[in-house]
Design a protein around this ligand. Structure first.
Ligand code: ZN
Length: 723
């Protein structure tokens, strides 16, 4: 946005009609009545949809439907393919009674309409759901007759929310309003195994598959997509890849991008030709894996050369991670190849991690025309909202200067995702709004966007307090969190959202100060939408505060001494089998692994036995209905019989809803036992959540070992009054 345009937008949106006397105006609304007619080309769905977006918000703003009177001035919609970015658009005024809205493609014309609503009508899409929509009431609308055009700086702008599910629908409806789109200009994913399935090529072309440990390796289920790569120096593999891609492009004229993402894990071919591309000496690179970048990229280069002969506009993604983390020096990467660099860039708050990541980043920026960032927010799994607005804004600017043009972030803001729960709580305030705006153009002033969001959401008097609350949360993530043991443990591709011990470094009065700010927001927000939003933000924060405080309290209870627990709550000696116990098994690997011994248990009595299978997780479980606040201590005897030392016997307690689904990872606690052939004891304390009655589910589990079994015996749960 140019400086002058910002000034104009601000004057315009604040309702002050100060307009340069010399400036010509194009009237759209007068006294609440439409003074223009919308013209769309026949049979052009995208243009029709764009005009309907504007009409919809004019109706919401004026309460009046557009009538189709003739002789009016016109707003014409058109698509101009090939001349501008397919997502770009232009407003122009060829004559006094005509405005032309041009899109570079179907998305471009839609984004033009959304821009019209925000820029001229003052509409804001603050957060998902009806309460997040702000449509000011206006009567008169006069647009300065100045040509204006815009196009996105980042070509892929995705804040992903996972697959379709009712709990995510609200978000999935909202994010396109900010010109976010699922990736379609690039295709990102592990793809080589899909291109070369053994079911198709094993018989005719075994030479497509790698030599590993001196032998031809043919992938088998369940590892069809893991730990193998095709032989990347075999010309027949390259030829077949080119054929597959060209066939797919020929069938679908809209498809001009292809993922060349290698299969997950290792399994690079060790044949003599492939080995020529190994580094000498073949030692791990600074990120810990053996370098296969040269082998992989020479292969992708050949495919790209072949396909672009026929389809010069084609693009391909290649993964820059693991064995291909660093780009080879002085390598001539085909310009159609886009490296995808995966990292949780909240790690950048630590200068050392950033410096290390920049080595990787700059190696790719040096050889690629365009780069793609793959990032992780995992919002619904963090118990304290992960609001890092300014940090992301700065990063996007830096990324753009490093030739990043595609951004995919696993955002997961609402709804289910592992331990995320099903609820729809929007606790991150302006984060997604700001990030989507900065994805369109990272050179905007993030504070202006944030202030506009605060003022629009809750009104000018309450806005400073809402800002203060989210600034405090952001300050925690940027300045306090890096000092936590959690951050030190999380030195990996993405920070671990289901461990919550970053809360150990939070200030004592943090929650109270945020709550005070939000009380003030509720007090000062004007009645109506602003008040509704203020109260929503307060309740969303209160929900997270309760959870954080539950986690902190539960940690304290873990430290309570054994003698604090005096009353027996439950006892199981497994002498008569395990009546009343259920089986907990890995969704992907079901099968019998639970048995009972009558006299092989602790002190030669009965015991439960869990057999280890390929290291998979499994166990037995039992659920209790709890209605009184209480602290518990769970103790159980266990021993490992014939397992490997990698075995993890573990016991857990988690709090569930009425359908026995865990509410959120914060309501889970466990203890891992160590490998022990003699009878040993696993023990830990935990507390009830703030919402009762609730369902307590306890589990006795195994994981890690590929052989042997773990025996569990003499489980005792003791209770103590909660203080
Ligand atoms: Zn090979």
């Amino acid at each position: 946005m140019k400086y002058g345009k910002i000034i104009f937008a601000i004057i315009f949106l604040s309702g002050i009609s100060v307009v340069n006397a010399a400036e010509k105006l194009f009237s759209v609304l007068k006294d609440g009545n439409l003074t223009v007619e919308f013209i769309t080309p026949k049979d052009d769905k995208a243009c029709l949809e764009a005009s309907m977006i504007i009409e919809k918000y004019i109706y919401k703003s004026t309460g009046k439907r557009a009538d189709a009177a003739v002789g009016k001035a016109k707003i014409c919609f058109q698509i101009e393919k090939g001349k501008m970015d397919p997502e770009g658009f232009r407003f122009s005024f060829p004559s006094a009674d005509k405005m032309v809205i041009t899109g570079g493609g179907p998305n471009g014309i839609k984004y033009a309409a959304l821009d019209f609503c925000e820029r001229f009508l003052g509409v804001r899409f603050l957060y998902p759901g009806p309460a997040g929509e702000h449509v000011p009431k206006i009567k008169d609308l006069n647009i300065p007759m100045k040509e204006y055009s815009d196009a996105p700086k980042f070509q892929t702008r995705t804040l992903g929310s996972g697959n379709r599910h009712w709990s995510r629908q609200r978000y999935q409806d909202w994010f396109p309003l900010h010109r976010g789109a699922m990736p379609y200009r690039v295709d990102i994913g592990h793809n080589l195994y899909k291109m070369f399935p053994p079911s198709k090529y094993e018989k005719t072309n075994p030479d497509f598959y790698p030599i590993i440990n001196g032998k031809r390796y043919i992938p088998r289920p369940p590892r069809l997509g893991l730990h193998w790569q095709p032989c990347m120096t075999n010309p027949a593999v390259v030829k077949e890849a080119i054929r597959i891609i060209c066939d797919a492009f020929a069938k679908n004229p809209d498809l001009r991008t292809w993922g060349l993402g290698q299969n997950d894990g290792d399994g690079y071919c060790e044949c003599e030709n492939c080995k020529k591309f190994y580094p000498v000496p073949d030692v791990p690179h600074r990120f810990g894996s053996k370098d296969r970048s040269l082998l992989y990229l020479q292969f992708c280069n050949k495919i790209a050369e072949g396909v672009t002969k026929k389809y010069p506009e084609a693009t391909f993604t290649v993964f820059a991670y693991n064995h291909t983390s660093i780009a080879p020096k002085n390598f001539k990467l085909h310009p159609s190849l886009i490296p995808v660099i995966t990292y949780d860039r909240l790690n950048w708050v630590d200068p050392e991690r950033k410096a290390k990541d920049m080595i990787r980043q700059s190696s790719w920026s040096a050889i690629a025309k365009n780069v793609c960032w793959y990032d992780y927010f995992y919002s619904n799994q963090y118990v304290l909202p992960r609001v890092t607005s300014h940090h992301v804004a700065r990063q996007l600017r830096e990324g753009y200067n490093l030739r990043v043009r595609h951004i995919y972030i696993e955002h997961l803001p609402l709804g289910i995702s592992g331990f995320g729960g099903n609820e729809q709580i929007w606790a991150e305030g302006p984060l997604a709004y700001l990030v989507l705006k900065m994805l369109w153009n990272p050179f905007q002033d993030e504070d202006k966007i944030l202030n506009d969001w605060y003022v629009t959401a809750v009104g000018p008097k309450a806005a400073p307090y809402l800002k203060s609350c989210f600034d405090r949360i952001e300050d925690f993530w940027i300045n306090k969190m890096p000092k936590s043991a959690w951050f030190k443990r999380c030195a990996r591709t993405y920070l671990v959202p289901t461990w919550h011990d970053y809360l150990n470094v939070i200030d004592k009065d943090f929650f109270e100060n945020c709550s005070k700010d939000l009380d003030k927001v509720c007090e000062l927000a004007p009645e109506g939408d602003c008040k509704t939003r203020a109260e929503y933000f307060r309740s969303a924060f209160q929900n997270r505060r309760n959870r954080c405080e539950y986690w902190i309290q539960n940690q304290n209870v873990r430290l309570h001494r054994a003698d604090a627990f005096t009353k027996l709550f439950f006892k199981e000696d497994f002498n008569k089998g395990f009546d009343g116990w259920g089986i907990y098994e890995h969704r992907k690997y079901p099968g019998t692994f639970v048995s009972h011994t009558k006299k092989d248990g602790y002190k030669n009595t009965g015991a439960a036995e869990l057999r280890c299978r390929q290291g998979h997780t499994g166990g037995i479980e039992k659920t209790f209905r709890i209605s009184q606040p209480m602290n518990f201590r769970m103790e159980v005897k266990y021993r490992c019989v014939g397992t490997t030392e990698k075995v993890i016997p573990y016991i857990s307690a988690e709090w569930c809803d009425d359908k026995n689904e865990i509410l959120h990872s914060v309501f889970y606690s466990d203890i891992h036992g160590v490998y022990s052939e003699d009878w040993s004891t696993a023990v830990f304390n935990f507390t009830t959540p703030y919402q009762l009655p609730g369902n307590l589910r306890i589990r006795l589990c195994i994981s890690g070992s590929t052989k042997g079994k773990v025996q569990y015996d003499d489980l005792i749960i003791l209770e103590a009054q909660k203080k």
